[in-house]
Write a protein of this length. Structure first.
Length: 322
């Protein structure tokens, strides 16, 4: 009997080893194939962007100030207004109706107050043209002094990802603490209250702010990372565009499929004293997200991977039941 059990055990071990070995070989082959494919695509795309950059550089005859303004001002500005233009159509007309189904604060901005919207657009434009763009001038000379900004060789995609992580961490730290400062009672009334006129925000409200706040809380946290890293103008253009579109999503008032969740910052506009940061890391460490974590908004704070609005699948608890 003992011999029979040992044979069975040995047979099971051999079968397991055979299955695991085969699986390991298959996985290794797949990984090698995928790695080869990704590396090939990487090389092709890298060559394409490098060639495109050289053509662009030659088109402007290496005029660094022009290239910097186009990359740091025009490209992000177009990204911001194109994205928000689409959102404003839905905000004003309520169409297409499938987008308005994803509204976070149901019944708010349905449709948006056009008078308030015009004021928000005017303030956003003033902040861009009279604050953000002029701040690019000292940034240009800092970047020139730091070097490598206008190199004819683009940074590798891997290095850009490293930069992106550093940019994001620097923005999180600077934005969180400057945001907490402007919430101080001595400053809130005179500075930050303007931004919080919108308890149910829309995309363009992301840069609807007092000039002082726009300098220290909106612009400097985004500009500091590239200055610290001495980044290439292409990296700066991509980062600025990404930052503007991301903050627009955070303020847009819609939790749309496949886009980052705006529930975190929308909750800040609703409650005022919660969710001060971008990533939420410092909010967790400082305990400024405790109310948020107990809310339905926290359950909805994820990427929507279906077409069913999270406000329907995870609805608010009726007030009578609370």
């Amino acid at each position: 009997v003992a011999c029979s059990q040992e044979e069975k055990l040995w047979g099971a071990m051999k079968i397991s080893a055979s299955v695991l070995g085969t699986a390991l070989l298959i996985v290794t082959a797949l990984v090698n194939s995928v790695s080869w494919y990704v590396q090939s695509m990487w090389d092709i795309l890298g060559h394409f962007w490098q060639t495109t950059w050289l053509k662009f550089y030659c088109l402007f005859e290496g005029k660094e100030s022009t290239i910097f303004l186009l990359g740091a001002a025009l490209v992000p500005g177009l990204a911001f207004w194109c994205f928000n233009g689409i959102l404003m159509v839905a905000d004003v007309t309520g169409k297409p109706s499938f987008i308005t189904r994803y509204r976070i604060q149901l019944g708010k901005n349905d449709p948006v107050d056009t008078k308030k919207l015009r004021q928000a657009i005017y303030t956003a434009l003033c902040n861009q043209f009279f604050i953000s763009f002029p701040m690019l001038l000292p940034m240009f000379y800092i970047m020139k002094w730091w070097g490598n900004t206008f190199s004819k060789d683009l940074p590798t995609f891997r290095w850009f990802l490293v930069e992106l992580i550093i940019f994001t961490l620097i923005e999180e730290i600077l934005f969180y603490y400057t945001h907490r400062v402007v919430h101080h009672p001595l400053l809130y009334k005179h500075i930050h209250k303007k931004h919080h006129e919108w308890t149910a925000p829309i995309g363009v409200v992301s840069i609807y702010a007092h000039p002082v706040e726009h300098i220290f809380s909106n612009t400097l946290p985004v500009m500091t990372g590239p200055m610290v890293m001495g980044s290439h103008i292409v990296s700066i253009a991509a980062w600025f565009s990404l930052a503007l579109v991301t903050t627009s999503i955070s303020h847009c008032g819609y939790h749309l499929p496949l886009l980052p969740s705006p529930e975190f910052h929308d909750f800040h506009h609703l409650k005022f004293n919660q969710c001060y940061g971008v990533l939420g890391v410092l909010d967790y460490l400082h305990g400024t997200d405790t109310v948020f974590r107990q809310s339905k908004a926290y359950e909805r704070h994820r990427v929507l991977l279906s077409l069913t609005p999270l406000s329907e699948s995870i609805p608010e608890v009726p007030k009578k039941a609370e």
